[in-house]
Design a protein around this ligand. Structure first.
Ligand code: PLP
Ligand code: 3DJ
Length: 419
């Protein structure tokens, strides 16, 4: 028998009723802005965000009208050519930087490559790139590829103390703001300042941050950042990534994939490459108009959102999940996500030797998280569409999966959960 919960489902409902994100503005009912299937508690927005309702109709217009009817004229008449800059301005607002300093296009991996090469070139004579060994694999693979290409060395830091790896030979410190496996969050301003004191540049991977936790890159005097848009920004599978380059670095920046869309005058078809002014020099080829259009519509869910309210809801959700898991299954799972708010992203990760099976059993009951090796069950709490009632129900299902005890009162079954 598990310990009786110190809370009730009514506690969760009361938290939703008192949540400013739910009681002020357009986010009262997540179903108003997001199209989620009935019977699902979706806790995997840290992998793929939910579908904003604005996307499909907007994409239908872009495909049918702008492409189907407008054809080639839409590059001008529908202003496709400036779509990367317009979408970049919306993302800029979510990461605390000027609207003109964000490029959108390519994949996260490709932009990581471009920014790592460009940053290393901005610190000639320094031969080391510092990366944390627990980073998402692609970040480490890119760093190793850049090191081989430029004759640099990759230095793997202690994830608990990346600053200790800095010295006067470090050109770039490349870190992920919120760790994909543990959900632990770095002190972005503090580490950025320490890297600057050592003469190094810092590149932040924001894949698990933007759209869920506050990011103030300008306030931290950050140099470079890269992020995907298909997680908490809900841009859709394979949606284009973004890169931030501080304005003070843009003039000297030389990214390695010098294509025509990053040229100062692309349609003059000059022989020699002349980089565009500003962050447009990060561009290479033709922008992915359809994917950018979906992302453009998806980002509208953030139009009136107070970042502080978003963060408060995220922390309230993850606090509740941690509290319930520790109260009901504390002897079964190890919570590996930091309890300290300042060190926590918007996910909670549980360690269990059978984590893969647990996740599959939950998915079969309509609670969708995911598994990451070797033994981690991950649960992402996207504050715009996960509710406290969802958290309660998810833990109830987890208790049932682990103990066989069925506590979920049929009257409280949120939806016709998948059996
Ligand atoms: C921290 C981090 N960086 C990069 C990526 C992936 O890069 P890409 O979008 O190029 O697959 C992920 C996961 O999708 C990630 O969690
Ligand atoms: N990025 C992914 C993908 O392209 C396909 C399937 C899953 C994913 C992911 O969730 C990876 C992600 N960066 C992670 O946190 O593990």
């Amino acid at each position: 028998m598990t310990d009786p919960s110190p809370l009730s489902r009514d506690t969760a409902l009361a938290l939703d009723a008192a949540d400013p994100l739910r009681t002020e503005g357009r986010h009262g009912d997540p179903a108003d802005l997001f199209d989620l299937p009935d019977g699902v508690v979706y806790l995997d927005g840290n992998s793929l965000g939910a579908l904003p309702r604005a996307v499909a109709p907007h994409l239908a217009r872009v495909v049918g009208d702008e492409w189907g009817r407008g054809l080639i004229s839409s590059w001008n008449d529908a202003d496709w050519i400036n779509l990367p800059a317009r979408v970049g301005a919306k993302i800029a607002a979510l990461i605390g930087v000027p609207s003109s300093d964000v490029h959108v296009g390519d994949s996260t991996t490709v932009l990581l490559f471009k920014t790592m090469v460009a940053a290393s070139r901005l610190r000639p004579g320094r031969r080391t790139v510092v990366v944390e060994p627990t980073t998402f694999p692609t970040d480490g693979y890119v760093a190793a590829g850049v090191a081989e290409l430029l004759g640099l060395e990759v230095r793997w830091c202690d994830p608990a103390d990346p600053v200790a790896a800095l010295d006067d030979d470090v050109a770039l410190l490349a870190l992920t703001h919120v760790d994909f496996r543990s959900g632990a969050m770095y002190d972005l301003p503090g580490i950025t300042a320490a890297a600057h004191d050592a003469g190094a540049l810092v590149q932040w991977d924001l894949c698990h941050s933007a759209g869920a936790v506050p990011v103030d890159l300008a306030g931290a005097d950050a140099d470079l950042a890269v992020g995907c848009t298909y997680k908490y920004l809900n841009g859709g599978p394979g949606s284009p990534a973004y890169a931030y380059v501080a304005e003070r670095l843009q003039g000297e920046l030389r990214q390695p994939i010098t294509g025509w869309m990053g040229h100062a005058t692309p349609f003059e078809m000059q022989r020699d490459h002349v980089p565009a002014d500003g962050v447009r020099r990060m561009a290479s080829g033709t922008p992915p108009v359809l994917a950018l259009s979906a992302l453009d519509a998806a980002l509208s869910v953030f139009d009136d959102v107070d970042p502080a309210a978003l963060r408060a809801t995220s922390l309230s959700l993850t606090d509740l999940f941690i509290r319930l898991v520790e109260a009901r299954l504390g002897d079964t799972f190890e919570v590996i996500t930091p309890r300290e708010h300042a060190r926590r992203g918007s996910q909670v990760s549980l360690r269990h030797p059978e984590a893969y099976g647990v996740v599959q059993a939950l998915i079969a009951r309509g609670v969708v998280g995911d598994f990451r090796t070797p033994d981690v069950a991950r649960f992402g709490f996207a504050p715009l569409y996960v509710t406290h009632a969802d958290v309660w129900d998810a833990v109830e299902h987890l208790v049932t999966v682990m103990t066989g005890e069925e506590h979920l009162d049929p009257a409280y079954r949120v939806r016709n959960l998948v059996t």
